[in-house]
Design a binder for this molecule. Structure first.
Ligand code: ZN
Length: 254
């Protein structure tokens, strides 16, 4: 059996006290790979140091829209350099957050489109962050004729939107939200696209599944897999192995 966390910020300071213990626990649980997205250029060095310290961590580098106050267009050169020099599996996480940043939408869009172009230039997939901006993101993918695929992370939209991402070759990142009882829309999206287009993620240290009061960690991946198994009426091992294969395929992991 194989489990992969396709989106975890294991480099964040929240894990400084016990990162080694968490990584050891993940090995015990069968979580043998974790994709670690970047958020801002000023964190890349520290992120890389963590990725190099443990086995099974695959880095991505990108400028996250929620960290925009710190992002500069010259930081794009930094993203390019880190991706090339460190065998990045994706450009990410990138995208649009119109929930927290309503006053800087034009700047977010500029940075997002520039990073989509960078991903095309480097032949890398992308890890997309989206809040209140699916139409704008899908429009940008179409406008730039983006063909590198990727993950739409923490997916929580309706099945029509889900289908549009799948048509672009994207997979949906399924995390702690699937464990909530009031997510009819998400469950319908999951059933519409099917297991072939889904990957598991925790987004730790954020997005703790309900009922687990402590900080979110990648150790919660089996909990998410179980909830997904219930939604799709499939067994745990099929969920674990297929989502792992999907993750390896989209990020060309070996
Ligand atoms: Zn994230």
């Amino acid at each position: 059996m194989q489990l992969i966390d396709s989106h975890c910020h294991i480099d964040f300071p929240a894990f400084d006290p016990d990162r080694a213990a968490i990584m050891a626990a993940c090995q015990q649980l069968g979580i043998n790979r974790i994709v670690v997205p970047g958020v801002s250029a000023d964190r890349f060095a520290e992120q890389l140091a963590v990725v190099q310290q443990f086995q099974g961590l695959s880095p991505a580098f990108g400028l996250h829209p929620c960290f925009l106050t710190k992002q500069l267009i010259p930081d794009l050169d930094c993203v390019r350099q880190y991706c090339i020099e460190n065998d990045a599996c994706a450009v990410g996480e990138i995208g649009l957050d119109f929930y927290s940043g309503r006053d800087n939408q034009a700047l977010q869009m500029e940075l997002f489109e520039a990073q989509l172009q960078l991903a095309s230039e480097l032949s890398l997939p992308v890890i997309l962050h989206c809040r209140k901006a699916h139409n704008e993101i899908l429009h940008a993918l179409k406008k730039l004729n983006f063909s590198q695929r990727g993950v739409i992370h923490a997916f929580n939209a309706n099945h029509q939107i889900a289908k549009r991402y799948v048509d672009f070759g994207f997979v949906l990142g399924i995390g702690g939200l699937v464990a909530r009882s009031n997510t009819h829309k998400l469950r319908q999206s999951i059933r519409t696209v099917g297991l072939a287009h889904l990957v598991l993620e925790t987004d730790a240290p954020d997005m703790t599944p309900p009922g687990l009061s402590r900080r979110n960690t990648p150790e919660n991946i089996p909990v998410i897999a179980e909830h997904l198994a219930n939604v799709l009426k499939l067994d745990f091992y099929t969920i674990a192995n297929t989502t792992a294969e999907n993750t390896e395929a989209v990020f060309s992991l070996t």
